[in-house]
Ligand binder design. Sequence first.
Ligand code: ATP
Ligand code: MG
Length: 205
Amino acid sequence: VGQRIGVLGGTFDPVHLGHLSAASHAVSGLGLDQVLFVPAGQPWQKQSVQASGRDRFAMVSLAIEGVQSFAVSRLEIDREGPTYTIDTLRALRSWPQYEQADLFFITGADAIAEIDSWKDHDQLAQLAAFVAVTRPGFDPTTDPDGATLAVPVIRLDVPGLDISSTLIRQRVARGESIDDLTAPNVVRYIDEHRLYSEPDLSSAS
Ligand code: ATP
Ligand code: MG
């Protein structure tokens, strides 16, 4: 039988407890064998990413350390140019270990709302099932105008964690603690590498 593989894309600038919780709930809720975290290279939706691909990859690696069902891929950060979900899913499909797999692309309710604007969105559903985990303040079933999404979406209700990477970057820039927002070894990495100490000027939400 094919494996059931979750794919969690994002900038992970930095990874936080909201990501880890969403991934864990996807494993239990959908009976997944693995969740693959895929940090984006140059995301086309965002003005800027603060930490380098290498640092964002390193932080995800630290955050998932020891969790058997979690893995991280360099696929997008090693690729030139902007990151598109369709290309990532096609690439994963071409790997022998995922040829027979059922792929589940996992997003938060905010990210899924933009899906109609994603590259080749009409072909996405042939490559993977789309899962939207609930996130405080967002409706996972509609686009920003309230219209139904073009791609069928599995809604997965998870306990809402009102945590974002933006909040972490803001707190670090103000010299405040982020101990309650991400894994201890990620907190240490941010500190040791002096990440996010400049005020966050990006328009990411
Ligand atoms: P930023 O504030 O920089 O946008 P973020 O916290 O939204 O960061 P991303 O890397 O943009 O993190 O998110 C990657 C994926 O994880 C997206 O699909 C996003 O919707 C989802 N996600 C992020 N935080 C949460 C959360 N607290 N609960 C549920 N899903 C989340
Ligand atoms: Mg985001």
